[in-house]
Design a protein around this ligand. Structure first.
Ligand SMILES: Nc1ncnc2c1ncn2[C@@H]1O[C@H](COP(=O)(O)OP(=O)(O)O)[C@@H](O)[C@H]1O
Ligand SMILES: [Mg+2]
Length: 281
């Protein structure tokens, strides 16, 4: 965050972070990227949430975004399906492309964009409807009405989200009766139902216990390849376990972006090293 009213707590971070340049050792070219940011900045009024992000995200991979609280992880993630547009008085600079199209072009169809780029939030947020209706909600909006098609889709999405065996006899019961971990897998299944290319996850396990967390991590590994996953996590072990590439954000900037193993074992930037060794954040 670049803000003249920086709080005391953030001052330490500012001193620890001299984030003027980006180290990108991923070798991912724009041609190979499904998501590509070029000098992309996001502003809340005059306040800068992320500044001049340059980042190419590989199709079919899992990319983790880590960094101290308030460094712009969610801002960047939520920019990828323009859900931040719901906040008044925001604007962007630079380019953010998905599938080669600048999603901030005036003629971008937001319904199509959000169908292609699904999102899973920190707290599981199933609709207060049945398990079945949660999954068919998006497809029905897309005009799918055939009962057999919807039934097959429900089974396929629940299978893919590793939830089918647990709920197959309770499809018409309320989603709110499921455990937190099951609800989060249902939210993933609901996202899969609209056949996205990209799934954004903002700290998807922070409200879950270790067992439910492990199941979501297994699921992420299962889904990668078919889907491109971008996950914000405050848990560095989680980033190390599930991601192929990791981006370290600090004070609204991308500081270092590398193959996950390399970033955690041999970071290039001192700021990254200080963060991953627990010196700040
Ligand atoms: N709705 C908002 N209005 C104004 N400022 C915001 C809003 N959301 C986030 N910010 C600011 O943008 C910066 C980045 O926030 P965020 O992306 O939520 O960080 P992170 O996810 O890394 O914790 C923070 O300084 C935060 O206060
Ligand atoms: Mg956040």
């Amino acid at each position: 965050m670049i803000d003249t009213n920086t709080k005391d707590q953030n001052k330490t971070i500012k001193i620890a972070c001299n984030c003027q340049r980006v180290t990108d050792n991923t070798g991912i070219s724009e041609q190979n990227a499904i998501i590509s940011a070029k000098d992309f900045s996001f502003f809340y009024g005059t306040k800068c949430g992320v500044s001049k992000i340059n980042m190419n995200i590989q199709a079919g991979s899992v990319t983790a975004i880590i960094g101290p609280s308030g460094c712009g992880k969610s801002t960047f993630l939520r920019s990828i399906n323009r859900i931040n547009d719901l906040i008044a008085n925001t604007h962007t600079e630079g380019v953010l492309s998905v599938g080669g199209q600048n999603i901030y072009d005036v003629n971008t169809n937001l319904v199509n964009l959000r169908q292609q780029v699904g999102m899973v939030f920190q707290r599981p947020n199933p609709f207060a409807k049945s398990i079945y209706d949660n999954i068919t909600y998006g497809p029905k909006l897309q005009g799918i009405r055939n009962r057999a098609t919807l039934d097959n889709l429900v089974e396929k999405c629940l299978q893919d989200a590793a939830l089918w065996d647990e709920v197959k006899d309770d499809l018409h019961k309320s989603a709110l009766a499921l455990s937190g971990g099951q609800q989060q897998r249902l939210c993933i299944a609901r996202t899969l139902a609209t056949k996205p290319k990209v799934i954004l996850m903002d700290e998807p396990c922070s409200a879950l216990d270790p067992l439910a967390t492990a199941r979501i991590e297994d699921l992420i590994l299962k889904l990668k390849g078919t889907y491109t996953i971008v996950i914000v996590t405050h848990n560095m072990q989680q980033a190390a376990r599930v991601s192929d590439q990791t981006a370290f954000f600090c004070m609204g900037r991308l500081v270092e972006y590398d193959i996950t193993e390399k970033l955690f074992t041999n970071p290039h930037e001192k700021e990254t090293e200080d963060y991953i060794t627990g010196r700040f954040g």
